[in-house]
Write a protein of this length. Structure first.
Lengths: 231, 202
């Protein structure tokens, strides 16, 4: 598994009176296969995962993925770390399903034939083969999230970061995303409010006020998070 | 509404489908130039015969053609009336006819050509801009995002309108425009972040 190192990272948004500290001196090494991230709204968990593929650069400290610095080697880091957001609509770039999957491969130096082959394989792997020429905006919520995942995974990253991918989905689609995640070869870092998705995970981080307040096995971490939420 | 906003690729194996994207885009350009010059009623009639023949050769469902004609009515009818009042029936036929024929032709190109194929052509054609520091891939991306954004903004407009109705607000342009602009900007922010995450900006 890739090694992600987060060294003494702090980050704030805004200036002066509007400045808000969102991460405070976070130190972690992530090498596990399945890592969950939980915490209340505004606890810093989404900012934390955005650091992992260089979407946000830390104000202080350093983040590396297999030794690659997310600031200095951003391009290479983004090739290794795929990112999937909560709202699939905001991730769909092309008008049709197959084209959106193929879009992520445009800058990979692949021939048209290779792009088509990998797109076909991804359509089949994620159950979208019957929707290849379907307008992406007419898919159901679950299918859109599948498309967003397929569009990221077709580039074959080593790490997949999922920021609340099931928040807008019903139970059936959330379960489908869970099954899909279970079958992935990638290291997965999942931010979620659906705590049952974390069953079987190797490690769960609990964020509160920009700090990791618990770091351990899912059952203990979820219990710690529930305690925190009830305070 | 959002689902029928602009025509999207309609798969097929017709001659028009098999024509190269470059050929179709060039034909559209030539037609655009021709129809700004030739606007006599008989020339417009010929243009419509050509457009309808092209739709027939492309073996596209008639409803796709009709849907586009109906959508154009809100602008074509007032435009025709104004030309009729201020100029002549020949001018009205020339202006409105060339406009409708061109939009239908553009629709035909979109319906029979994958966006990726059009993007590839645009990237190739824009290759010379590289010497001025312009990335042709970005020009192609703009085209793709333009096509995609029509559906996104129409979808957001539907949501805003539904929210207005739910709160009992009707026919208030400000109550419609402000949240639509805010939501569109928020969507643009999220899309930008998603593009960056996919390494499109690298």
């Amino acid at each position: 598994m890739p090694e992600i190192r987060v060294d003494a990272v702090s980050h704030a948004f805004g200036d002066g009176a509007t400045r808000r500290q969102v991460l405070r001196d976070v130190d972690l090494t992530l090498v596990e296969d399945r890592i969950g991230v939980v915490g209340g709204n505004g606890s810093g968990k989404s900012t934390f995962v955005r650091l992992l593929n260089g979407l946000i650069h830390p104000d202080e400290g350093r983040v590396t993925v297999d030794g690659l610095d997310t600031v200095r080697d951003g391009r290479e880091v983004r090739r290794r770390v795929g990112f999937c957001f909560t709202d699939p609509d905001a991730q769909i770039v092309m008008p049709t399903v197959a084209e959106d999957i193929a879009f992520g491969l445009r800058r990979r130096g692949l021939s048209t034939a290779e792009r088509e082959e990998r797109t076909r394989a991804a359509l089949t792997a994620y159950g979208l083969e019957n929707h290849a020429d379907h307008p992406a905006h007419l898919l159901s919520g679950g299918q859109k999230q599948l498309l967003a995942l397929a569009s990221v995974l077709v580039t074959d990253p080593d790490v997949l970061v999922l920021d609340e991918p099931t928040t807008l989905l019903d139970l059936r689609n959330a379960a489908m995303v869970r099954r899909l995640v279970d079958g992935l070869r990638q290291q997965v870092i999942l931010v979620t409010h659906h705590l049952d998705l974390l069953d079987g995970f190797d490690r769960v981080l609990v964020f509160d006020d920009g700090r990791v307040v618990h770091d351990g096995a899912p059952a203990e971490a979820v219990a710690a998070y529930r305690d925190l939420a009830m305070r | 509404m959002a689902g029928q906003a602009v025509p999207l690729f309609h798969p097929g194996t017709s001659l028009v489908h098999r024509l190269g994207a470059g050929t179709k885009l060039l034909s559209l350009l030539v037609a655009g130039v021709a129809l700004t010059v030739w606007r006599a009623p008989w020339q417009i009639a010929v243009a419509f015969v050509v457009v309808l023949a092209a739709y027939a050769v492309a073996r596209l469902p008639v409803r796709l053609l009709l849907r586009q004609v109906v959508r154009l009515a809100w602008i074509a009818v007032p435009l025709f009336a104004i030309q009729l009042l201020l100029a002549s029936w020949q001018a009205a036929v020339g202006v409105v006819g060339s406009f409708v024929a061109l939009v239908l032709l553009a629709g035909l190109v979109t319906l029979t050509t994958r966006t990726t194929a059009m993007v590839d052509v645009v990237v190739r054609v824009a290759g010379w801009l590289r010497r001025f520091g312009v990335d042709p891939e970005r020009v192609g991306l703009m085209l793709a995002l333009g096509i995609r954004s029509v559906h996104v903004v129409l979808g957001l407009a539907e949501e805003v309108r539904d929210a207005q109705y739910a709160r009992g607000l009707r026919a208030s342009p400000r109550a419609f425009a402000v949240p639509l602009i805010v939501r569109s900007l928020r969507h643009a922010d999220r899309l930008g972040e998603a593009l960056a995450a996919r390494g499109i900006d690298d």
